[in-house]
Design a protein around this ligand. Structure first.
Ligand code: OGA
Ligand code: NI
Length: 325
């Protein structure tokens, strides 16, 4: 059983007092309209990132059928016989594709997952499952479209930090994309209701597509768990550890978890966007001065994988804590 809740303060433990939050909604299409409109949207994104760390995007350019097909491909994969799926099982976090069901990672309490890289697609797709036959085509299409959304959002976020739209543009374009494809069983009365224990994601941004409700985030102002209501056709966006580092703490990583849905099994696809494997992320020097000294050490995606590998027992699992100066 996972003991990762040890890494979060007691006030973040399960709360009865769940309530739907006022979710900021960003119309992504408005980023490419006239400059006054873009300015307003950038401001809304910056505010959502600073105040909450999460928001949803609509009019993002990914059709409902592309999203539905990706969820279908994921769902069909998890329906395959165990021996087919277990061909992808590995404890080596650096494998290009990894399948697991249990809590070996110490946070999956009732989840099966398939994790694989997705950018550059031509490099990684050869490692993806060939069963179900639709997997590569449907997941590949969604992966490349959601990456476009992530790139537009990164531009808006760095602009909102006052760093300019082109800031680190090349590093984001050459960056990594990790898909975490998750399957949670329907909640049963006897078992745990937690599918994935509290954690934050290592990257700059996570974009989440889900088949039904179950995600909860910690509301930073009240510090209580808050259920995320997925708006129709929307994608949920969250800030990760490396964004907190880049922004030198102006934006905070989002602690989140997944509860099991009492009505149905749940599929989710988290697309995590970061720099390339060995590229170091530092606090932006423009956001560092005498009053705001750097709060975090530099680190890369590769450093994160090393940190996780060294802390499989979960005692010092929190990556961001390990970076604090
Ligand atoms: C993840 C994650 C949330 C969910 O894969 O990192 O947080 O709702 N998933 O499945
Ligand atoms: Ni996550």
């Amino acid at each position: 059983m996972s003991d990762s809740s040890r890494t979060v303060p007691p006030e973040l433990l399960p709360s009865e007092d769940l309530h739907p939050l006022p979710m900021p909604v960003i119309n992504l299409g408005h980023l490419s309209l006239d400059s006054a409109t873009r300015y307003r949207v950038v401001d809304d994104v910056a505010k959502a990132c600073r105040d909450l760390g999460y928001f949803q995007v609509i009019n993002h350019g990914i059709s409902q059928s592309v999203m539905d097909c990706a969820l279908e491909a994921a769902s069909d994969f998890f329906k395959l016989p165990n021996e087919t799926k277990e061909k992808f099982a590995s404890e080596d976090l650096r494998r290009p594709v990894r399948y697991d069901t249990s809590s070996k990672d110490s946070i999956s309490m009732s989840r099966a997952f398939l994790k694989h890289y997705a950018h550059p697609l031509s490099e990684w797709i050869q490692y993806w499952p060939q069963q179900p036959p639709i997997y590569r085509k449907y997941m590949g299409k969604y992966a490349s479209e959601v990456r476009m959304v992530a790139l537009q959002l990164m531009e808006a976020i760095v602009e909102g930090l006052g760093l300019g739209k082109e800031y680190l543009n090349e590093k984001f374009h050459e960056g990594s994309q990790l898909l975490s494809v998750n399957c949670y069983a329907k909640a049963s009365q006897s078992a745990t209701t937690i599918g994935l224990a509290p954690h934050s994601d290592y990257g700059f941004l996570t974009i989440l597509l889900t088949s039904c409700g179950g995600l909860e985030v910690v509301d930073p102002s009240s510090n209580i768990w808050t259920r995320v209501q997925q708006l129709p056709h929307a994608l949920h966006v969250q800030i990760g550890d490396h964004m907190e580092v880049l922004s030198n703490g102006r934006m905070k990583t989002v602690v989140h978890r997944a509860l099991l849905n009492p009505e149905e099994a749940r599929i989710s696809i988290a697309s995590i966007h970061g720099f390339a494997l060995h590229e170091k992320v530092t606090c932006a020097k423009e956001l560092v001065d005498e009053e705001n000294p750097p709060k975090y050490k530099e680190s890369s995606f590769s450093d994160f994988l090393d940190h996780l590998t060294a802390n499989m027992d979960n005692k010092h699992r929190n990556f961001l804590e390990s970076l604090r100066m």
